[in-house]
Design a protein around this ligand. Sequence first.
Ligand code: ZN
Length: 456
Amino acid sequence: MRKKKNSSTVVVLSLLAMIIVGVVYLFNSETFEQKAPQIVIENGSYWNLKTPLKLKMQDTSGIQEYRVVIQTSKGQKELTASKLVTPSKEITLEVQSPRSAYAVKDKEVKIIVEARDASKWNFGNGNLARKEFSFTVDKHRPQVSVVANSYKISKGGSAVVVFKAKDENLDKVYIKTNFGKVFHVTPFYKDGYYIALLAWPVQEKNFRADIFVSDLAGNSVKAYVPLYLKNRSYKVSYLKISDKFLKGKIADLASMFDETAGVDDPIEQFKIINETVRAKNEKLIHEITSKVPTQRVDSFKIHRMYPLKNAKVVASFGDHRIYYYKGQRISESYHMGLDLASKAMADIRPQNGGKVVFADFNGLYGNMPIIHHGLGLYTLYGHCSSLLVSQGDEVRPKQVIARTGKSGYAMGDHLHFGVLVQGIEVRPQEWMDKRWIKLNVTKVIKLAKDMIDKDQ
Ligand SMILES: [Zn+2]
């Protein structure tokens, strides 16, 4: 008897335990979840009443029904509503305002969203969420107009543009080209004005730049920068690689780089150095020289560049070099600077002051300082034998910053002089020409300032 009583207690206890487990399970299961749906509108707090609002609703048991309403001074109007046959855990909607809303003069409108989930909680009624979103109405498109720009841009060359961009809720201002490059702009001289240097890369067939301005409410405009395009052809050289060159300079370089470790074939070594190592070195240069000031600048003065006294040009900018070995085309590269040579270990004195943003060894470029002269204009000095400045230094015009040499990928003592605009190599010859600077930069900036003064 005693034994039987014991076993029935066990049955009752285990039944109780099962009920508790079951109830706990149900309470924790999605079927009975107690969290109301989450409602988010991804647009900010400004709205032009035209851009669709991105509405997102999420719930663990699934959204069962929802309703979206706009509230203006004219009253409420339902924008969309739905009862779902199958509940959905995530719903993304693009909500459009009704045409009638365009006409309202309200400074603020509200969007009210109600959503109910598919939970069996609340005696089967589910959890209800209601959320109100307030938007400041801004239907005005930003103002944009070009104030002054260089008359032309040459393939491989530079240009400057000054423009006006105004909006009470200004968000983004930038310049984008036909080949996808985004040029950053710098606030210039007075409130609402911007300046940017532009560059047409040697490898690009065409050039077109548009200024894009948008505000927080989703209004946007673009304006074309009216530059006359001047095509320029660059030299293509077919160069034969000799065994002497492979056994000398290339073997030397190959022993220096990680990329050529374990590679014994001299042709393979040359290809890795000319392509992989070069790409890595250029990537670093482009990263360093992509930055522009974000603080307002009042002027931009640049002297004719002339880094090496009594120098001879030994290789020009933009050369497309195609390399052959025993009649086979094996590699190619572009020469992105101007090679200048005078005597060995000659003083390098830039004519313009600026900030040293890099001063170190950079692979094929050897010992290499880079100086920022403002507005995203940089100069680079490759193959130096010694560096006389450090990163972070401010240099004065005509200060000796380094001495020429043959470090990196250089056969004789020379200076590889590079000029970059926001990470793009440009023709140094333009910046070495007093007339070009006056006509294309100095005069344009002077004219822009005169126009801005009149505009105030
Ligand atoms: Zn060079």
